[in-house]
Design a protein around this ligand. Structure first.
Ligand SMILES: Cc1cc2nc3c(=O)[nH]c(=O)nc-3n(C[C@H](O)[C@H](O)[C@H](O)COP(=O)(O)O)c2cc1C
Length: 172
């Protein structure tokens, strides 16, 4: 897929086929996250990749309201970071994790692989499954898998605010 097509085709996919994601594809997605830009190039992220079904089911319970798709995914990547020490690094951390997330989701879309965000509410449970060290937390999870409903293809009418409402040329 071309970059422009991948940008237009990416959408949150929460129902996945049984098909596994190949090692090469998964590594490419993770590499896309690793290559994301970050403030001062501090690269605050760690990626914990889960493919074991029992662990995925357990991990999904870390956000029962909005993370059930994690249990059904072929693979889920948890973004784990050190607890920020101050407000500024807290803000940049969220920004940079968002950039790594977007890179991974677009790389997945490029491969026809769907992806879906999930928050992490229960940090204790996430830590039990993922085994990350003290002083760290799981900021979010990205579930991956091939879409059940229809293959990824550029969306003609995305559910977004109108272009002219969002964009201001020269001045607001
Ligand atoms: C920071 C963030 C957190 C999100 N958390 C969840 C979540 O916990 N569960 C979920 O199903 N979707 C979650 N989403 C997905 C959004 O609901 C989704 O991106 C939005 O509705 C736009 O839909 P689209 O991604 O299909 O374009 C999250 C998205 C972001 C950016």
């Amino acid at each position: 897929m071309e970059t422009w097509d991948a940008i237009r085709a990416r959408r949150n996919v929460r129902q996945y086929t049984e098909a596994p994601i190949g090692a090469d594809e998964l590594e490419r997605i993770l590499e896309a996250g690793r290559r994301a830009p970050s403030a001062g190039n501090w690269q605050p992220w760690n990626f914990v990749v889960v493919t074991d079904r029992a662990n995925l089911v357990e991990l999904a319970k870390a956000w029962p309201r909005g993370g059930t798709h994690v249990a059904r995914s072929a693979a889920t990547v948890a973004l784990v970071a050190a607890e920020p020490n101050d407000e500024l690094s807290r803000d940049w951390l969220q920004y940079d994790l968002g950039q790594a997330t977007a890179n991974m989701m677009l790389a997945a879309a490029d491969l026809g692989i769907g992806s879906g965000h999930s928050a992490v509410h229960d940090q204790q449970r996430a830590r039990r499954v993922l085994g990350f060290p003290d002083g760290h937390f799981a900021a979010c999870m990205i579930a991956f898998g091939y879409p059940v409903d229809r293959p990824l293809a550029p969306l003609a009418r995305p559910n977004r605010r109108p272009f002219d409402e969002v964009v201001h040329w020269d001045r607001w």
